[in-house]
Ligand binder design. Structure first.
Ligand code: ZN
Length: 299
């Protein structure tokens, strides 16, 4: 039923269309020529190509505008500084499609600046250890242990971390070097802030050393013997002042800073020891990356 209705409607449309076509007279095609559709022929041929610019008119307009905006004292040759966005010149740039507007790009930096920056970057990449340009030093590979339980598989000798020098190059593994960096960034630097111009150097008392804990005979191998520990006696500020653990731990003015530095290492390192831990640590902080089931040990 529905199909019948549709086909009926189609028949009506066809009838109307053929009637409309019948009204348009199509002249007979010339012999050997295909008949041309009246619909195509009716419209004038219009090209989608842009029209060629009227060169002469454009040049005349440019001359007129240039004369209008030319300052009497201005030289004929336009120099860079003349292209600065002076109102008149901007108007000139906007008026002519052939004019080039003053560039908003910053001026090219002198080659010496670029070369210096590139050289510094190359140096940083070259001196990077553990794949991190913030860790500067050298990879030294396997460090064999003098006694069983000592030694490091992939050791690095670090000389600076996150832009802060170490008072002596320190041997450790990459896990420890990364923890050290994390503490410098998130603990040490914020604790010192701008005091004395900021941290210039971290004073390292010990790093890798094949020895027992606290050098006690018969004790277990220290984390220092595995390249996982560092001992820090203090920091030197940019103004030359020192903040030392031995003198500053209980002194007014430095005590709060040192306690904050000590506390901030807890969690980043597995073991954090300071003057309150025992008599062996009254002059330094011991940080190591040994992990315990019970979490970090901080004292
Ligand atoms: Zn230590």
């Amino acid at each position: 039923m529905r199909g019948l209705r549709i086909s009926g409607l189609f028949a009506v449309i066809c009838a109307i269309s053929s009637a409309a076509l019948a009204d348009i007279s199509v002249p007979p095609a010339a012999p050997g020529q295909a008949p041309v559709s009246s619909a195509v022929r009716a419209d004038p041929p219009s090209s989608l190509r842009p029209r060629a610019r009227p060169g002469l008119l454009e040049a005349a307009l440019a001359d007129q505008l240039a004369a209008r905006f030319r300052r009497p004292e201005a030289p004929r040759v336009i120099k860079d500084r003349d292209l600065l966005p002076v109102q008149g010149q901007m108007a000139f740039a906007a008026s002519s499609s052939q004019a080039i507007a003053a560039s908003l790009k910053p001026f090219r930096r002198p080659d010496s600046v670029v070369l210096k920056a590139m050289a510094q970057r190359q140096k940083r990449i070259k001196g990077a250890v553990c794949g991190d340009p913030d860790l500067q030093g050298e990879a030294i590979g396997t460090v064999p242990g003098r006694i069983f339980g000592c030694g490091i598989k992939s050791a690095v000798r670090v000389k600076s971390i996150a832009g802060i020098d170490l008072s002596q190059k320190a041997v450790m593994d990459c896990t420890t070097a990364q923890a050290f960096k994390s503490w410098i960034r998130n603990g040490l630097k914020p604790a010192i802030g701008d005091a004395g111009g900021g941290v210039a150097e971290i004073q390292i008392a010990a790093h890798y050393a094949c020895r027992t804990r606290n050098n006690q005979r018969g004790a277990k191998i220290s984390e220092h013997g595995k390249g996982r520990a560092i001992d820090i006696t203090g920091v030197r500020l940019h103004d030359g002042r020192n903040i030392s653990v031995l003198e500053g731990w209980r002194r007014k003015g430095t005590a709060a800073i040192l306690k904050r530095i000590h506390r901030s290492a807890c969690g980043i390192f597995g073991t954090v020891l300071g003057p309150d831990a025992n008599r062996f640590h009254r002059d330094h902080f011991h940080f190591d990356t040994a992990r315990y089931r019970s979490g970090s040990y901080c004292r």
